[in-house]
Design a binder for this molecule. Structure first.
Ligand SMILES: [Zn+2]
Length: 110
């Protein structure tokens, strides 16, 4: 687990309860993101419209992210090793996506 030190990030808003990122003032712009602990899984992606390509298993990581100074919360899922998967949605959009996917899974009989 990443050390979480709110006192090293003067002048910024307080971190949300889920943030595990160590913020350091005057650092890289990516440090302006609050970030939760990661959740790992594997997604198999494919391009069935291109039969010459094979399904590809990618390790992905999911996190809650949010920009400092903003109350907006995002759910991000990205490939760890390439750009095969990258999605960043609001929690409401994620719920809608889960509903659609569950419906499609049931319809597909998988
Ligand atoms: Zn934070």
């Amino acid at each position: 687990m990443v050390e979480h030190r709110r006192d090293t990030f003067p002048g910024r808003d307080a971190c949300p309860s889920w943030c595990v990122r160590r913020h350091v003032a005057h650092s890289h712009p990516e440090d302006l993101l609050h970030q939760s602990s990661p959740r790992y899984t594997v997604l198999v992606t494919g391009r069935p419209w291109r039969p010459e390509t094979l399904p590809d298993a990618s390790s992905v990581v999911g996190r809650i992210v949010g920009r400092t100074g903003s109350a907006d919360v995002w759910l991000e899922v990205t490939s760890e090793e390439n750009d095969a998967v990258r999605i960043c949605v609001t929690p409401a959009s994620a719920r809608e996506l889960v509903t659609v996917l569950e419906s499609l899974i049931a319809q597909a009989g998988s």
